[in-house]
Design a protein around this ligand. Structure first.
Ligand code: GLV
Ligand code: MN
Ligand code: MN
Length: 418
């Protein structure tokens, strides 16, 4: 049935979805996407998916976290389904493939089974998780964290987007717009426990391309912790206030980041430390800043290192700043995970059966799969990313690479679903 995967259909759908929120990158030839979760564009993209899935007889449902499910029934509906999927939201300057390819590949797999007339024993369900990116509402993975019971859904309601919109309100708006779609319970404990979960995703790194490989059999995902740091000083006149008496929040941010660079220095270049969102108040060039808020994204494959470095962040900042008050809030933690041999074995066997060059490799990006690991055997499939570029409109994988990934996905799903 992998022969029924259509490279043209999958690519056409991806490009149609990429028109919703289309943006141009630094170079005119770089076409990207800005499609925030729980937005009008998100809803428009979901409606396209719903139409395509219904056309092959899939049942559509949505849960209280707005995770969207498509079910292709199995010959024994009493058995736990096999789950696949990814996310449809993008970074504000995102690419056309991060997340959305995993959803479109899941649909391509269902279409291939449909076209080949293959019945599986277990149902196969495809999910589009809500807000994986955290680009609009921080943190990401709120859909999969709610579904899996990792975090109570109401805990996210008060999160504000950059325009001051509450997550809870945006979620309610989305659910109201999709009130015609049948509701289902959240998963995990007390809900549907899948037999297995397999997520297809672009690699977002350089390894597969550099080694001339087609498929990554993902072995696990490194851990991540997100923090928000607020430094509070006092504003003053840039021309008249002597430097000596200032409580300048920008200068203290520089001290804090310098100290954090020392804390996280790693000769092996394994640890990832990123400050990438900075808000300055009053944000005018001739007033000293009285408040700075900046984010920290910290990642490491070793839970002990992630714990030790993350736990040292607040003290490091307090020691480094000269004049400002310090508040540090942890917004997100995803511990490192190792994937289950049931799924990694199915993916490796599927790649081999397709005659594709493959290897095991870990994921540096986090994924919804991280939160499915405690619920059921989980794994992922990677396809190469040109130049390893992602979270960038220049992100690219070829139609042929993506079709090969969909063929591995449909084989993996068929073997897991019997
Ligand atoms: C996911 O988008 C990540 O930041 O790893
Ligand atoms: Mn992603
Ligand atoms: Mn991403």
């Amino acid at each position: 049935m992998s022969g029924s995967v259509s490279e043209a259909r999958q690519w056409g759908r991806l490009m149609e979805l990429a028109e919703i929120g289309a943006i141009v990158g630094d170079r005119p030839e770089d076409r990207g996407v800005n499609r925030p979760c729980l937005s009008a564009g998100d809803r428009q993209a979901r409606r396209l998916m719903i139409g395509w899935a219904r056309a092959i007889g899939c049942a559509v449902s949505v849960d209280a976290a707005a995770n969207l499910f498509f079910r292709r029934e199995g010959s024994d509906p009493s058995l736990a389904p096999v789950l696949t999927g990814s996310h449809m939201d993008s970074q504000p300057q995102g690419g056309r493939f991060d997340g959305i390819w995993g959803v479109v590949a899941g649909l391509e797999a269902l279409c291939a089974l449909h076209d080949a007339g293959v019945a599986t024993r277990r149902a196969i369900e495809l999910v589009a998780w809500t807000n994986e990116e955290g680009g609009r509402f921080r943190p990401g993975c709120t859909g999969s964290m709610s579904w899996s019971g990792h975090t109570k859904p109401a805990a996210f309601d008060g999160i504000l987007d950059p325009d001051g919109v509450r997550y809870g309100d945006a979620l309610a708006e989305q659910l109201a717009a999709e009130a015609d779609i049948p509701r289902r319970a959240l998963g995990g404990p007390g809900g549907v426990v899948p037999h297995a979960y397999v997520e297809a995703h672009i690699e977002q790194g350089p390894i597969l391309e550099a080694e001339g490989l087609d498929i990554g059999v993902v072995s696990g995902i490194q851990g991540s912790r997100w923090f928000t740091v607020t430094l509070t000083g006092a504003t003053a006149h840039a021309g008249t206030a002597p430097l000596r008496g200032r409580r300048d929040a920008v200068q203290d941010m520089v001290r804090a980041i310098t100290a954090l660079n020392a804390l996280t220095a790693d000769a092996s270049d394994t640890l990832r430390f990123t400050v990438a969102r900075i808000e300055v108040a009053p944000n005018t060039s001739n007033s000293v800043a009285n408040r700075v808020r900046f984010t920290i994204d910290l990642r490491h494959p070793d839970a002990a290192v992630l714990r030790e470095k993350g736990d040292a962040i607040e003290a490091t900042i307090r020691d480094a700043v000269a004049h400002c008050g310090v508040a540090v809030e942890e917004n997100f933690h995803a511990m490192p995970v190792v994937f289950d041999p049931l799924v990694t074995g199915a993916v490796a066997a599927a790649a081999a059966a397709e005659g594709l060059r493959h290897r095991a490799l870990p994921s540096g990006a986090f994924h919804d799969a991280q939160f499915v690991v405690p619920i059921c055997p989980t794994g992922m499939i990677f396809v190469p990313s040109r130049g390893g570029i992602s979270h960038n409109p220049a992100e690219y994988s070829t139609p042929g690479q993506l079709a090969a990934g969909a063929r591995v996905l449909v084989r993996s799903l068929a073997s897991l679903a019997g």
